[in-house]
Design a protein around this ligand. Structure first.
Ligand code: GLN
Length: 595
């Protein structure tokens, strides 16, 4: 395939030591975006998203700007309607796009903000084409999957890449090669290669190299077949990324090379590592960065310095001094992908506080029923996180967990629904409003402390939707939230319908709860509460937003960092000086609008 690539050989040594492989530079270079297209074969769940993100991080380490497009071959327009327990978490972007969780991996690995156009679904592609057809844009032509849908997808990728002005656009084709659903997308990336030219497009195919039995041989046949399927679709892979439990042996790389025509040096072993954040280093050590930069004729940064900050971050993730256990209270537990951004936020906060975070899944229904094993598990954790959620199932258990954390000085972080339920808990057990609830669960509660505001109701009844995306929060000086954010303004992402009822704000504050943040840019000036905290508690904070979507390696979200530090201090037996900062100077519930 691509001329020049066959002379590539893997780098014999690590960065900075010994000879470096000679990568032939391309004659032609240009300033437009390069494309790195990642496909997947053999089976799903191979970690294509991590492969894509890790490759992006390598470019980024060499000073290049990167954007990413995820293609999901399903008919849903977006992930907003999809069950997180089936499909993994719904990730929310600043523009309110509800997207596949892989976009979260891209944002975290690349430290960028993406938009809804960075996620193409079959539904979006077809809808765009059908809308054009209805408008008469096709001038009487017969509208077909090929060429119309395929061209739409290809142009969409190019548009996103060009508008981002990034040096490199990663394109991850979801699904598995050979699936009917993926065919139009493979055709779109094949065309992308034709239109943009071989110098500007690289194909990476991720596959599985299984090992049968404990001492068995690494098997190449599934990869051989998968590459054959890919070639049949007109896509010639340049690089193979092979998932395996242990490093792919050199003889197996040679064998794969013989059967696929890909140089052995471009067969990369993606064996199991302790942390996903190690994957860029694993790829780099096998010469992948050099290969990609050479193949795409892109400048490289200082080979020693380029990866140093990332290496440092990985060291802090994998080798921390302390360890805490955080309980996550959920209606379903054990499905880590449904809370992916939360668990990653723990890693970022853990790296910054020298603390390994392990998770104990606490079953909300069992806590509500008082099941001894569940209560015992809750009694052992160093901190409790109540995540976002919808509906009555598990809600009472989450409220009980909030009571337990409040009464026992256990650090608590409430996210979205967790914020709302912590408020319900306070209303019931401190204000004595025994029947207080969110109207989501009890529409006729006498004390609707959480409700849909009348202004919002009009929108909701028209089929309208949730408050989605990033908005600014005015953080109240003198509070713990203000100390953590270190700013009068925080920008966080939302995905919810219900709000703290403004009519109860004053009573709640008189009873001791502090609202330390509120929506900053509200034209009608209705006070929308965004953050709550308890002054006489080591750490008890809830936010109406999702702090897990803004946490990044090296830049943990402040609430997560504060939470993990509080849990660590509790575990270490550091006598916590209570949350003394949380004594706002102003009167109850009043925060000046900052803009
Ligand atoms: N169910 C709540 C609401 O709609 C909380 C949503 C969430 O946690 N994302 O407001």
């Amino acid at each position: 395939m691509a001329d020049g690539t066959s002379s590539f050989s893997p780098r014999p040594d690590r960065y900075g030591a010994g000879p470096r492989p000679v990568i032939p530079q391309r004659r032609r270079s240009r300033s437009g975006p390069r494309y790195v297209v990642v496909t997947g074969g053999v089976l799903s769940g191979l970690g294509k998203g991590i492969t894509t993100s890790s490759i992006g991080r390598l470019f980024k380490c060499h000073g290049l700007s990167v954007t990413a497009v995820k293609i999901d071959p399903y008919l849903n327009i977006d992930a907003g309607t999809m069950n997180p327990f089936e499909h993994g978490e719904v990730y929310v972007l600043p523009d309110g796009g509800e997207v596949d969780l892989d976009l979260g991996n891209y944002e975290r690995f690349l430290d960028i903000d993406l938009g809804r156009d960075n996620n193409i679904t079959t539904g979006k592609a077809y809808m765009t084409v059908i809308e054009k057809e209805r408008r008469g844009d096709y001038l009487g032509k017969t509208v077909q999957i090929v060429p119309h849908v395929v061209t739409e997808v290809r142009e969409w990728i190019q548009r996103v890449a060009n508008e981002s002005q990034a040096d490199v656009c990663l394109v991850e084709v979801g699904g598995t090669v050979g699936d009917i659903e993926s065919m139009p997308f493979l055709e779109a990336v094949r065309q992308l290669h034709t239109v943009e030219g071989d110098d500007n497009v690289v194909f990476i195919h991720t596959t599985l190299v299984p090992k049968l039995g404990a001492v068995g041989e690494q098997k190449t046949k599934p990869t051989q077949h998968s590459v054959r399927d890919l070639k049949a679709a007109g896509v010639e892979p340049d690089i193979l990324v092979c998932r395996a439990s242990e490093p792919i042996e050199d003889s197996i790389k040679e064998k794969l090379s013989t059967f696929t025509g890909i140089p052995a040096g471009a067969v990369i072993s993606a064996h199991d590592v302790d942390s996903i954040y190690e994957v860029p280093l694993l790829f780099d050590e096998q010469g992948l960065t050099d290969y990609l930069l050479g193949r795409l004729n892109l400048p490289r940064g200082d080979p020693v310095k380029a990866l140093a900050p990332w290496r440092d971050f990985v060291r802090r993730v994998t080798d921390p001094k302390h360890a805490v256990t955080i309980g996550i209270v959920g209606k379903y537990t054990h499905l880590a992908d449904s809370y992916l951004s939360i668990t990653e936020s723990f890693r970022h906060a853990g790296a910054a506080s020298d603390t390994a975070v392990s998770i104990e899944w606490l079953n909300a229904e069992e806590i509500n029923q008082g099941t001894p094993s569940a209560l015992e598990a809750m009694g052992k954790v160093d901190g409790i996180l109540i995540p976002g959620g919808f509906g009555a199932r598990g809600a009472e258990g989450k409220i009980k967990a909030a009571t337990y954390a409040r009464e026992n000085n256990v650090p608590l972080l409430g996210i979205c629904y967790g914020f709302q339920l912590a408020i319900v808990e306070y209303a019931r057990n401190v204000l004595g409003l025994k029947k207080a609830d969110t109207t989501e669960n009890t529409p006729d509660t006498p004390d609707p402390v959480i409700c849909i505001l009348p202004e919002q109701m009009a929108v909701t009844e028209m089929g309208g939707t949730m408050r989605l995306g990033a908005s600014r929060i005015a953080v109240r000086p003198g509070t713990m939230a203000h100390r953590l954010y270190g700013s009068d303004i925080a920008v966080e992402r939302h995905r919810h319908r219900y709000e703290m009822n403004p009519e109860y704000v004053e009573r709640m504050e008189k009873a001791g709860l502090v609202y330390s943040g509120r929506m900053a840019d509200r034209a009608d000036n209705i006070p929308i509460m965004e953050i709550m905290e308890l002054p006489d508690h080591p750490f008890y904070i809830g936010g109406q937003f999702h702090p897990e979507f803004t946490s990044r390696p090296g830049r943990p979200n402040p609430l997560f960092l504060g939470f993990i530090e509080a849990a660590r201090d509790r575990m270490l037996g550091v006598k916590h000086p209570k949350n003394v900062e949380s004594r706002p100077a102003e009167g109850a519930g009043v925060v000046e609008k900052t803009t």
